[in-house]
Design a protein around this ligand. Structure first.
Ligand SMILES: [Cu+2]
Length: 110
């Protein structure tokens, strides 16, 4: 996969690290919510379509990240914060929390 495969729109932009990710508003596609807490992403495995948006909601009392291992995105979520990434292309994304590498997630875009 190539950079610019994803479009992120964070509700708290100051914490978004833009590594090959462009900001954007809404658009077509659904929103798939992933809850972050108890050192897990839930659901940990998702199937999505290009154009869908993944919305991570940090319900925990500590910071977490959603970091694509291929460095397409690296978003930081403070407690209570919500961050979004819009999926642009088919592919498989595996991501972790940089602070807690045992936290892993997978998104299949097809
Ligand atoms: Cu974490």
């Amino acid at each position: 996969m190539r950079p610019r495969a994803y479009v992120a729109s964070g509700l708290a932009l100051a914490s978004v690290v833009l590594a090959g990710v462009a900001l954007a508003g809404g658009g077509a596609g659904g929103v798939i919510r992933v809850t972050v807490g108890d050192l897990t992403f839930s659901p940990a495995s998702i199937t999505a379509k290009p154009g869908d948006t993944i919305e991570w909601v940090n319900g925990d009392f500590i910071d977490h990240t959603a970091t694509d291992e291929a460095a397409h995105f690296d978003i930081v979520m403070a407690p209570g914060e919500t961050q979004r990434v819009k999926l642009q292309e088919p592919g498989i994304i595996t991501y972790i929390c940089r602070y807690h590498p045992n936290m892993t997630g997978r998104i299949e875009v097809k």
